[in-house]
Design a protein around this ligand. Structure first.
Ligand code: NAD
Length: 475
């Protein structure tokens, strides 16, 4: 049992002022694997006060000191590889190979990348008679979801530290243990006390407390649109800057000159990755009408060979959903798709055979989906693909953009001109052509209802900075 009942405040592990706790469940076994404290406003106030007290000195550290600090953190992070892989596998249900390849590595990459970005980052510039200075925004409140417990926290923390900000983090109560390890890493890396504070607990108390706290200058949130809206409303009362990384319903446009087997492979792997619990998941698959049957045949051939199940089994590509709530949500959407008249190609309601324990769902593919159906418009956050057909490239672009979201988009094709046309026409913050690998220095964030602001690399650092103009500065 992992019982982590203390918060990390002002460089120390401290008891919660409350007595309530939150159970943490392993989604593959449905067993309680540990507990955290259900933090109180008093806990949060202490953490904010510590971050506020640490700000004057940390904000004045040099770029070189912060590069050194970020690299020290990355070194300590590397030493905790096994613990991180183990904990993410347990709390999220991510297969062990993905916990290492994706979750562990992405967390690490953000600290290394922030250090690298700082080397060439200019905090001052001259414009005519003015000196422009970029200064840390202040105490930052960070609220993160459960689907990438190391990536979401690390991208925010690395950018905040690079900018010279102090922070209070509230990770998701469903996957809180990875953040406990991060706190231990910061301790080992000698992060000055008060720079990083961790308060565990629920969104209703600690989360709401952060977004409305008068002593927090900036809130960076990743999670659902509904909570993002609430945070913006709360933050407006003290005119707090807010960055929001929200949901998506991203299109994958398959051009007619692309190999349909390769396309099906890419489409499936993008939908099942992390059990579909990915904000940039390519869940609307746009196939040329003329290639529909060929594409469906390829899907039917590939899908049964995708191994999933026990996260401890190295062969598995994806595991269970994170919680019973998430399981019920995804089941609801699968039933909705059937009711709406979409055609089930594979999967469907209920648990897969042999995986009755744990929050496992069948990878599910619907075709004959119309873009006004709920399964084409709402974020399901599970391994469910909706296939839509198009006549020509203009129609594909129109369908791709017919959504309230704008987080990501994907295109696969051979004709360069057409590929570029689609990539440029999708109104979203992150486009991937022909399954290209991720670029850690490129900005990440959404258009439309997918969010406000950008994370990753130098754009991520910019979010944590205020811009000051000084005119008449003696040279
Ligand atoms: P969620 O919004 O329910 O919770 C996210 C975090 O907010 C958790 O820490 C939760 O405790 C906290 N929270 C809940 N209520 C709150 C409140 N009233 N005030 C402040 N904080 C509150 O989201 P989730 O279910 O954990 O994550 C899934 C969602 O996150 C999906 O919609 C997904 O698309 C989105 N997401 C977006 C990105 C991105 O980068 N755009 C990345 C990952 C997840």
């Amino acid at each position: 049992m992992r019982n982590y009942l203390k918060h990390f405040i002002n460089g120390e592990w401290v008891e919660s002022t409350g007595s309530k706790t939150v159970d943490v469940i392993n989604p593959a076994t449905e067993e309680v694997i540990g507990r955290i404290s259900d933090g109180t406003m008093e806990d949060l106030n202490k953490a904010v006060a510590a971050a506020r007290a640490a700000f004057p000195s940390f904000s004045q550290t040099s770029k070189e000191e912060r590069i050194e600090l970020l690299n020290r953190i990355a070194d300590e992070y590397e030493k905790r590889k096994n613990d991180i892989v183990e904990v993410v596998t347990e709390e999220l249900g991510s297969p062990i190979t993905i916990s290492e390849k994706t979750h562990y590595n992405m967390g690490l990459a953000h600290f290394r990348q922030a250090a690298k970005e700082l080397e060439s980052f200019e905090f001052t510039e001259r414009r005519g008679g003015a000196l422009i200075r970029k200064e840390p925004i202040g105490v930052s409140g960070l609220i993160t979801p459960w689907n990438f417990p190391t990536n979401q926290t690390s991208t925010k923390l690395a950018s905040a530290f690079a900018a010279g900000c102090t922070v209070v983090l509230k990770p998701s109560e469903l996957t809180p243990f990875a953040a406990i390890i991060l706190a231990e890493i910061f301790q080992a890396a000698d992060l000055p006390k008060g720079v990083f504070n961790l308060v565990n607990g629920t969104g209703e108390v600690v989360g709401n407390g952060i977004s409305s706290h008068p002593d927090i200058d900036f809130v960076s949130f990743t999670g659902s649109g509904a909570v993002g809206q609430k945070i913006s409303e709360n933050a407006a009362k003290t005119i707090k800057k807010v960055a929001l990384e929200l949901g998506g319903k991203s299109p994958l446009v398959i051009l007619d000159d692309f190999d349909m087997k390769k396309a099906a492979q890419i489409a499936i792997s993008n939908v099942v990755f992390n059990s579909g619990q990915v904000c940039v998941a390519a869940t609307r698959t746009l196939v040329p009408k003329s290639k529909h049957d060929e594409f469906i045949e390829a899907v039917k051939e590939i899908l049964p060979n995708i191994p999933y199940g026990d996260p401890q089994d190295k062969r598995n590509i994806f595991g269970p959903l994170v919680s019973e709530k998430q399981y019920n949500r995804v089941q609801g959407y699968i039933k909705k798709g059937i009711e709406e008249g979409a055609t089930l190609v594979s999967g469907g309601p209920g648990k897969p055979e042999g995986l009755e324990k744990g929050y496992f769902v069948k990878p599910t593919v619907f075709t004959n989906v119309k873009n006004d159906m709920v399964i084409a418009q709402e974020e399901i956050f599970g391994p469910v693909m909706s296939i839509l057909t198009y006549e020509d490239i203009d129609e594909a672009i129109e369908i791709a953009n017919d959504t309230v979201y704008g987080l990501a988009g994907y295109v696969v094709g051979e004709d360069k001109e057409k590929v570029v046309k689609v990539a440029s026409s999708i109104r979203a913050g992150h486009i991937t052509i022909n399954n290209a690998p991720m670029e850690m220095s490129a900005p990440f964030g959404g258009y439309k209802q997918s969010g406000v602001g950008r994370e990753w690399g130098s754009y991520g650092i910019e979010e944590y900075l205020e811009v000051k103009s000084i005119v008449g500065m003696p040279s």
